[in-house]
Design a binder for this molecule. Sequence first.
Ligand SMILES: Cc1cc2nc3c(=O)[nH]c(=O)nc-3n(C[C@H](O)[C@H](O)[C@H](O)COP(=O)(O)OP(=O)(O)OC[C@H]3O[C@@H](n4cnc5c(N)ncnc54)[C@H](O)[C@@H]3O)c2cc1C
Length: 316
Amino acid sequence: MQRESWDVIIVGGGSAGLSAALMLVRARRRVLVLDGGAPRNGVAAHMHGVLGRDGWSPLELLERGREEVARYGGVVRTAEVATAEAYTADSNGGPGFTVTLASGERHAARRLLVATGLRDELPELPGLAEQWGTGAVVCPYCDGWEVRDRRIGVLATGPRSLHQVQLLRQWSPSVTFFTNGAELDGDDSAGLLARGIAVERRAWASVTADETGRLSGIRLADDAVIALDAIFLGPRPVPNDALLTGLGASTAPGFVDDAWVDVDATGRTSVPGVWAAGNVVNPAATVPLSAGAGNLAGAAINADLIEEEIRAALAG
Ligand SMILES: Cc1cc2nc3c(=O)[nH]c(=O)nc-3n(C[C@H](O)[C@H](O)[C@H](O)COP(=O)(O)OP(=O)(O)OC[C@H]3O[C@@H](n4cnc5c(N)ncnc54)[C@H](O)[C@@H]3O)c2cc1C
């Protein structure tokens, strides 16, 4: 294997990874994007709140991004990266990285950007997984408009659910909060009541669908069915950060309770030469925010390479 045949390897070709790639290939860097082909919003037919691309298919956006990167000489491949290792480059003493694909194939680069996104861990509720991305969704700004004035259910999945249910009242007067048997404190109940939000305390049993598979409601433990047009919930976001933690990237408490890999404003991790962008380090990043983080990380990586090249030039 030839070492450092690439300036930058980007693991993950969603909006964060491809946006970084576009910056780097336009800066004439040799870039390899390795992408598993399963973007988080690939389950959704349309995406919203994306200026200039509102209502596009998420997969169509990424296909267009792949073409744009390839147009400048970037290589985008569908492949799963299994491991990443750091070493010190013989040529200049700078950082170098080897990634190994699930197939065993290996590639090396001077810098590494991890943009592998996150997994949405759904609560145990029969029928919910089948609706994920269509009848059951996470983001009011992404999908609220499409169900405005319709019957919306919000599942109490964690402390942020109260905020989510109050938020959804902005889109519809018909909102029900499903607590699955949990009691609410007095102030929270009063806040919901004051805004006309119904509270359903009975335990939930399953999500129901009509004969076409379209969401129809929630069946409760006593067999009652509450008819709904949409369910919103906050799944537990689990970052796909094994490559980063495997390289020793430091973590900090994040947006949710667990430790998330810590990055500076440009996406630089604590490991020299390793950047991260998008949902893998920021669960709140939408498509535009992930693309923005990738854009900035791409420029920062190029600047870091230039610093290395100045040192090499000075050393003769
Ligand atoms: C149902 C749903 C609807 C949404 N709708 C919207 C919307 O309307 N508007 C909006 O702005 N946002 C929306 N989002 C959020 C959006 O999905 C994220 O903001 C966006 O996908 C984050 O981009 P990313 O590049 O960080 O990660 P992703 O888009 O998830 O891309 C990560 C990529 O990395 C790859 N990968 C992971 N591990 C590896 C590995 N080891 N090797 C190689 N490749 C790997 C994956 O296969 C994937 O292709 C929605 C989310 C969900 C769940």
